[in-house]
Design a protein around this ligand. Structure first.
Ligand code: PLP
Length: 378
């Protein structure tokens, strides 16, 4: 049975060339990149190439890009070592109420060890207010962590403006760009970002690999204790196949990001039109004018997300209620609640996330499945 995959914000299918580029490193080129003999040196050079590809894509210095096991590790590392590097100045952190659990749960742990966190509210579209941010800044604020775009509703946050404020005040600024890298332009020479997390499996690369960009590595410690890999910043024998695959995924993204964006946007607009026709009282969440085109959060009046996802699944359509981490959990999404939604509406909200391999037929069929189901119940 073939499936219609509408859960690209959870993970993406590795691009064909990604799998092909990884394969030799699962076989012939298995060497430990830290070793001194020639075949290992070749592997090490391939890691350097991947790092350069990622760095060029972000307009950053390769010496500031460190490979990790993914977005979760990068977020943990950024926050825990970020506050450590600023501990002389204070213990106050600013973040938003709609961050991913990789950030929120790290912040909770920091709160338990004596840090104070201000969680900025968001408006109904999921945007933080710059005024609120300015008011939250204190003498002892050491770190601001705000995501680039939200994984449930796709809203893009004003990271350019936040970075300016942070740099004026000498506050470290971390951005979780897991949903945006490879999807929208990020220029690290233009943006005042000190630390940035990204993940390979959201951009048609393999799972278990990500990066942390560190603007000032000399002032920043490693999260783990161990060997001298990644310039002593991230110990542990490198996940070579995934790093190579991530590099290839970034190379592919850099050659087609505008086309991907146009494709996703076209399908998003088609989805909105079709759903409006099929389900008259459908509502769309997030900021329609300032969002990732691939993420569409939809609330339906007469059916719960749980039921709808089962209906979709039985028609061969894969989607989620919210983030992958929250899928399966019945708790209403903290993101939707922070946007001012009540529990009832949150429980009737699904996330349909579009990607490269989707077609107009996929969208038309999915909208019809939803419409048919709603009609069958009225
Ligand atoms: N941050 C955001 C915004 C995410 O969407 C995710 C994954 O869903 C993560 C962090 C965690 O990334 P990873 O799955 O690579 O650990």
């Amino acid at each position: 049975m073939s499936f219609i995959y509408l859960d690209h914000a959870a993970t993406t299918k590795p691009h064909e060339s990604v799998a092909a580029k990884m394969l030799p490193f699962l076989g012939e080129e298995f060497y430990n990149p830290s070793a001194i003999y020639q075949p290992a040196v070749k592997v090490r050079a391939k890691i350097s190439n991947a790092r350069r590809t990622v760095a060029d894509f972000l307009n950053a210095d390769p010496m500031k890009i460190f490979f990790t096991s993914g977005g979760t590790e990068s977020d943990n590392w950024a926050l825990r070592m970020g506050v450590e590097s600023m501990k002389e100045k204070g213990r106050h952190i600013i973040s938003s109420s709609i961050e991913h659990p990789a950030v929120l749960n790290t912040l909770k742990a920091l709160e338990r060890s004596g840090y104070e966190v201000t969680y900025l509210p968001v408006d109904e579209r999921g945007r933080i207010s710059i005024e609120d941010l300015k008011n939250a800044v204190r003498e002892d604020t050491i770190l601001i962590s705000v995501m680039h775009a939200n994984n449930e509703i796709g809203t893009i946050e004003p990271v350019g403006q936040i970075g300016k404020i942070a740099s004026e005040k000498g506050i470290l600024f971390h951005v979780d760009a897991v949903q945006t890298m490879g999807h929208i332009k990020i220029d690290l020479k233009e943006l005042d970002i000190d630390l940035m997390s990204a993940s390979s499996h959201k951009i048609y690369g393999p799972k278990g690999c990500g990066i942390l960009y560190v603007k000032d590595p000399a002032r920043f410690g490693s999260l783990l204790y161990g060997g001298s890999q990644e310039n002593g910043m991230r110990p542990g024998t490198e996940n070579v196949p995934s790093i190579i695959g991530f590099g290839e995924a970034v190379a592919v993204a850099s050659s087609r990001m505008e086309d991907d964006h146009a494709h996703d946007l076209k399908l998003r607009n088609l989805f909105i039109d079709r759903l409006k026709e099929e389900v008259p009282d459908v509502e769309f969440n997030g900021d329609q004018d300032n969002c990732l085109p691939g993420i569409l959060s939809v609330s339906l009046r007469s059916v719960t997300a749980e039921t709808l996802l089962i209906v979709l699944d039985s028609n061969g359509i894969c989607a989620s209620a919210g983030s992958a981490c929250a899928a399966g959990a019945i708790e209403p999404s903290h993101v939707l609640m922070a946007c001012g939604m009540d529990k009832d509406k949150a429980s009737r909200t699904v996330r349909l996330s579009i990607g490269r391999e989707n077609t107009e037929e996929d969208i038309i069929f999915t909208a019809k499945v939803i419409g048919d189901y709603i009609r069958s119940r009225s």
